[in-house]
Design a protein around this ligand. Structure first.
Ligand SMILES: Cc1cc2nc3c(=O)[nH]c(=O)nc-3n(C[C@H](O)[C@H](O)[C@H](O)COP(=O)(O)OP(=O)(O)OC[C@H]3O[C@@H](n4cnc5c(N)ncnc54)[C@H](O)[C@@H]3O)c2cc1C
Length: 391
């Protein structure tokens, strides 16, 4: 039976040292003041060019990141796969400030797609579309789409070319690829590109997966639109659900710019939207494939029940569960133990480049008091079971 509270299963692959590290980290992240202080120090150190690896690598990095390179991360993916957990290796350097950043990100994502070819332990590849274009060009494309300069138009064409080249390489390598969702202001551009990519590459099998942030109140209607479009045009949609990572920024931007917030009014509304999305895709599973990215207990139990009610195999290759590396191992390992398809999203990148991701993880864990509390309780339970002292 599926049980997310069995800590022996959840932490089977963690040494006592790993557990102690996780305990210290999650205790720290429970304190907003400490996280704020750490963020200030980190930003200062990066600005001043001071080395940070010695502090970050054995702590935050070890908990949430798979390694600096694909080769380093392969030890992590191999260890997970021994426990029936697959991987998504996510190159996590954030934001393209300069063209050289964009080119580096593009080349690395391409490498990750080649690396995944024929590897059973790597269930999906992934990319963040905003990493494929210099940030201010995308801003201009949103603000002034009809009056872009020739250079800006060329940059947007290059963005599109890179986007499609990654999807095409995934198709040629027979590897699935997830297109991450990001800030609301850019999402319409990304939605259109992803729809086109699905139409091009999802005919014989589902290669490209679109991400729907279900904290948006328009996403159930959009899901139904995607389904209808795919049926009409003769392809199958790949749907990745998440709740959405930028709630506070989105609300603040909508308030500042005077438009209706795209975010559901309450957490309950977001939960309902997420779960309705799961119900819709499972009901129509012959037309779509599903990737459910959540740490939410109820949504994970719901998806497991929907699979049973629909009479599908737990290991039906069209349905995947996923959690972030370093979080909710209790859910991941319980699902894997019961024979469901489950994968970890594993960021990899050099320490300096992955810092914004790590700080976001720390802040998110601090603002999500429930999540951190749950992680800490599980870690403490397992430490007690192993007769370990807290410190
Ligand atoms: C495998 C994986 C891939 C991911 N990929 C992406 C991605 O591509 N793009 C992206 O944006 N995020 C992504 N995320 C992050 C995700 O969007 C969530 O921020 C995170 O998973 C927390 O949501 P939850 O469902 O796990 O947990 P829960 O704790 O159940 O939900 C927390 C979430 O609920 C929503 N919420 C909280 N309070 C309110 C409120 N008052 N009103 C309305 N809504 C509220 C917010 O979205 C918040 O993040 C990913 C997460 C995972 C696990």
């Amino acid at each position: 039976m599926l049980d997310f509270n069995n800590t022996e299963v959840a932490f089977a692959s963690k040494s006592n040292n790993d557990l102690r590290n996780a305990y210290i980290l999650f205790s720290t992240m429970a304190s907003p003041a400490l996280v704020k202080g750490a963020k200030g120090i980190t930003n200062f150190a990066v600005g001043a060019g001071l080395p940070l690896s010695w502090a970050v690598k054995p702590t935050l990095y070890r908990q949430f990141v798979g390694g600096e390179t694909l080769a380093e991360a392969s030890a992590t993916t191999a260890s997970l796969f021994r426990n029936n957990v697959s991987s998504v290796l996510d190159y996590s350097a954030e934001g393209g400030k300069e063209l050289s950043d964009v080119e580096r990100t593009y080349a690395e994502v391409m490498r990750s797609i080649d690396n995944a070819k024929g590897k059973e332990e790597i269930a999906f590849t992934v990319f963040k579309p905003t990493g494929l274009v210099v940030g201010h060009i995308l801003e201009r494309a949103v603000a002034a789409k009809d009056s872009l300069s020739d250079i800006e138009k060329t940059e947007m064409d290059n963005f599109r070319t890179r986007f499609f080249a990654l999807c095409r390489r995934a198709y040629e390598n027979n590897v699935r690829i997830l297109v991450d969702a990001e800030h609301y202001e850019y999402q319409e551009i990304i939605d259109k590109l992803t729809e086109e990519a699905m139409e091009s590459f999802n005919r014989e099998r589902v290669i490209v997966f679109h991400t729907l942030q279900m904290y948006r109140h328009d996403r159930i209607a959009y899901l139904k639109y995607l389904h209808a479009e795919a049926k009409e045009k003769g392809y199958r949609a790949g749907i990745k659900f998440v709740r959405g990572a930028y709630m506070e920024e989105e609300r603040e931007r909508a308030r500042r710019m005077g438009y209706l917030s795209p975010i559901c009014a309450t957490k309950e509304d977001t939960d309902r939207s997420y779960d309705d999305g799961l119900r819709y895709v499972v009901a129509n599973i012959d037309d779509m494939e599903l990737f459910s990215g959540t740490h939410n207990y109820e949504s994970n139990y719901l998806l497991a029940n929907l699979i049973t009610e629909k009479g599908l195999q737990k290991s039906d290759k069209r349905i995947w569960f996923s959690q972030l590396y370093g979080m909710s191992d209790n859910i991941t390992y319980a699902l894997a133990g019961e024979g469901y398809n489950v994968c970890k999203y594993i960021p990899y990148a050099p320490v300096k480049e992955v810092l914004p991701y790590l700080l976001r993880r720390a802040e998110e864990n601090t603002s999500m008091a429930g999540q951190t509390g749950r992680e800490l309780t599980l870690i403490k339970t397992e430490m007690a079971r192993r007769n370990m002292r807290l410190l």
